[in-house]
Ligand binder design. Structure first.
Ligand code: FMN
Length: 209
């Protein structure tokens, strides 16, 4: 199937059927996120994978009792850096220099300017920037899942501070951005499954100048 057919097939699944997504498919979907582009290649977010039923049950009320949280086999939590520290900016450049066989310090000028710019911002501005990088990965995860015929729902409908607290994300220097349950649609019982995909018309959406 083509990417456009996959994107037409997918929808924001409200109820999954409990079937478990095989680990090779989950790995494939996560790899799409890892391979995604990020600003300056810093990859300032992580994805937590939750399979434990008891933990998913604790998250459900934090997400306004949305059903896909517990009927999905895997729950992905996208969590972004709570700030850009010097170590966090330095590390990916050191890795790039090492893996590309470049002299140490090759990227110093760029990296130092970048850190200067981030450190002139508030912690929240840093986090908002990091969170935007996570949304790029979200798009890739949704496309990869659709290609694998795995249902995935992008979700912002949860109380971020409560999820952060439950998962103790502060200990990792992270704050939650999005959650994405992975599973298989319950085609008989999901009220949303047969709704037409409605989008802004091409004429309105694309502005040709
Ligand atoms: C950032 C984001 C947050 C969303 N949050 C939720 C959510 O909490 N619960 C839900 O059921 N759908 C959520 N959605 C799904 C959207 O409502 C849905 O993608 C949109 O209506 C288009 O429908 P489709 O994805 O089925 O094509 C979210 C989508 C995005 C992109």
């Amino acid at each position: 199937m083509s990417l456009l057919q996959d994107l037409s097939w997918r929808y924001a699944t409200k109820k999954m059927n409990g079937q478990v997504v095989p680990e090779d498919k989950v790995d494939y979907i996560l790899e799409a996120a890892r391979l995604g582009p990020t600003s300056s290649g810093i990859q300032p977010f992580r994805i937590l994978v939750i399979k434990d039923a008891a933990l998913k049950a604790k998250i459900q009320p934090i997400a306004y009792n949305q059903e896909q949280i517990t009927s999905a086999s895997h729950l992905l939590v996208f969590a972004a850096f709570d700030e850009y520290t010097k170590e966090r900016v330095d590390a990916p450049f050191a890795q790039q220099e090492q893996e590309r066989g470049l002299p140490a310090g090759f990227a110093d000028e760029y990296k130092n300017n970048l850190f200067k710019s981030y450190s002139s911002q508030t912690k929240d501005q840093n986090f908002q920037h990091a969170a935007r990088q996570a949304y790029i990965a979200l798009g890739l995860v949704l496309a990869a899942a659709a290609e694998q015929k795995v249902d995935a729902t992008p979700m912002e409908g949860f109380v971020n501070a409560d999820l952060d607290q439950l998962l103790e994300l502060d200990k990792l220097g992270l704050k939650s951005v999005l959650i994405v349950p992975l599973g298989y649609r319950d085609a008989e019982n999901d009220w949303y499954v047969n709704f037409k995909k409605v989008r802004t018309s091409k004429d309105e959406f694309i502005i040709n100048l």
